[in-house]
Design a protein around this ligand. Structure first.
Ligand SMILES: NC(=O)c1ccc[n+]([C@@H]2O[C@H](COP(=O)([O-])OP(=O)(O)OC[C@H]3O[C@@H](n4cnc5c(N)ncnc54)[C@H](OP(=O)(O)O)[C@@H]3O)[C@@H](O)[C@H]2O)c1
Length: 353
């Protein structure tokens, strides 16, 4: 019999996925199945609506349990991928019970005692956790990976981003809405909408999340604040325009970076290609560049169209695509657990209040 070389798999941990029926939860399950995570060390949770239903996993049927605080006996790690309200209610209670919470929501990301982690960029930050570790917003994760790579060449001066965000970033209901609207248009029927303020099929919406007083959206604020926290650069100037597009999976971003000196695109290509988790796809002569369709279902952040910014001598421009459900959510969460196992940081070093 072969012995697994995967330290997390060998750790004997029991994992609960809260939100197992959702867009991110389903991908988390696929990742665990690919790693052959044993079914008897996995508990699937969702709302009371789904309790009792079964989900196929590695040839077995696992029954869904309602994700209530009293359902976590014997659980070591909880991936919470449900709603912000569920995270707010469950995570602090579980952390006090000694469960390591890896949380996908925006509930705790900017809290000083909650590490916000992309392991390739700031993995060691997991050491400071007090029971809860957050993953970033799915647009922030690929951006900080690219910025961390470029920062190895020269300090960052200013970043401007336009995003092209897939509907699965809003959850499973938004994917159904896009599919239903597409079908209605093709069949000449009226479209219905409930998730977005306008039709998303055959359209795009320059609004992700709600508008704030300064004219930016909450999503755009998240990109600025989370990027600064992960890169440990609290004053980094960053402005974004976040746009929802009628794509099912994978967010793309047009990124303009100003550095402290002129950087040759070849240098940038070299550091990006050697950064863990990034794959450079950059052969414009053959129309080879990152596309959401190509990134979907894959782990790496794809980066291409790397060129000098014609509007600034110290500027670079590039384009990226990244599976928002994998590296943007479930994969990053799993990698945080791997990092905590690797660093011996499953339990908090400081007491949880
Ligand atoms: N989608 C992304 O790309 C992405 C990326 C990064 C972070 N996130 C974050 O990940 C979380 C989940 O997003 P998603 O896109 O997977 O959403 P989703 O497709 O709408 O799924 C939501 C999940 O939460 C469960 N749930 C709802 N209310 C619950 C309750 N009271 N108790 C327990 N479970 C409950 C749902 O179960 P039922 O089926 O029973 O309703 C479902 O499994 C959100 O916090 C989101 O902000 C998402």
């Amino acid at each position: 019999m072969s012995v697994s070389t995967d330290p997390t798999l060998r750790s004997g941990l029991r994992i609960a996925i809260v939100g197992a029926t959702g867009a991110v939860g389903q991908v988390a399950l696929q990742i665990l199945a690919d790693r052959k995570w044993p079914a008897d060390r996995l508990v699937l949770m969702a709302s009371a609506r789904s309790a009792g239903k079964e989900i196929a996993y590695l040839g077995r049927k696992l029954k869904i349990v309602e994700g209530r605080a009293d359902a976590f006996a014997g659980i070591d790690v909880a991936f919470i991928s449900a709603t912000t309200a569920v995270s707010r209610e469950l995570a602090p209670v579980l952390a006090r019970q000694g469960v390591l919470v890896i949380d996908d929501s925006g509930a705790f990301r900017m809290q000083a005692d909650v590490p916000l982690v992309v392991p390739e960029v700031n993995g060691k930050d997991v050491l400071g956790h007090r029971g809860i570790i957050s993953i970033p917003n799915c647009t922030t994760t690929p951006l900080v990976m690219v910025l961390a790579a470029l920062r190895s060449l020269a300090p960052l001066r200013r970043v401007t981003v336009a995003t092209y965000q897939a509907v699965s970033g809003t959850g499973a209901a938004a994917v159904r809405e896009l599919d239903e609207q597409n079908a209605a248009i093709v069949e000449g029927r009226d479209t219905a909408r409930s998730v977005y303020p306008h039709r998303i099929a055959y359209n795009l919406l320059p609004q992700v999340d709600r508008f704030l007083d300064d004219g930016y959206t909450a999503e755009e604020h998240k990109m600025t604040n989370e990027t600064r926290k992960i890169l440990h650069e609290p004053a980094l100037p960053l402005s974004s325009t976040c746009v929802r597009v009628p794509v099912r999976i994978s967010h793309s971003e047009a990124v303009h970076v100003e550095l402290a000196r002129p950087v040759d695109p070849a240098e940038a290509r070299r550091v990006l290609a050697s950064f863990p988790g990034i794959r450079v796809v950059d052969d414009p002569a053959n129309s080879d560049y990152p596309m959401p369709d190509q990134a979907a279902g894959k782990d790496p952040v794809l980066v291409g169209r790397i060129r000098r910014d014609s509007s600034h001598p110290d500027g670079l421009v590039l384009w990226l695509s990244c599976d928002n459900l994998r590296k943007g959510a479930a994969l990053n969460a799993m990698q945080i657990l791997d990092e905590a196992v690797r660093l011996g940081a499953l339990k908090p070093r400081a007491a949880v209040n």
